[in-house]
Design a protein. Structure first.
Length: 79
């Protein structure tokens, strides 16, 4: 897919086609970091805070709790 750099006020802009935004899972007003790496422009979406509903929807039920070793006591911990 191609796009053209065009004047927008005192700046230059590139319009992002809807299919590109959908593939990148970006929406209007999302924040992205723009950087140049090896002469290429790279846009990286900033991670947005997930709601509790989004986190629950991603849960697959595969978590199993267990114990973990925190090491030997180093001071006057009470057991």
């Amino acid at each position: 897919m191609y796009a053209k750099i065009q004047k927008w006020g005192n700046s230059q802009a590139v319009r992002l086609p809807k299919p590109i935004l959908e593939m990148a899972k970006l929406n209007e007003n999302d924040t992205v970091e723009i950087k140049v790496q090896d002469g290429n422009l790279i846009m990286v979406p900033l991670k947005k805070h997930k709601t509790l509903e989004e986190r629950i929807a991603e849960y697959k039920g595969d978590y199993k709790c267990g114990e973990w070793n925190t090491g030997k006591p180093t001071g006057e911990e009470v057991f």
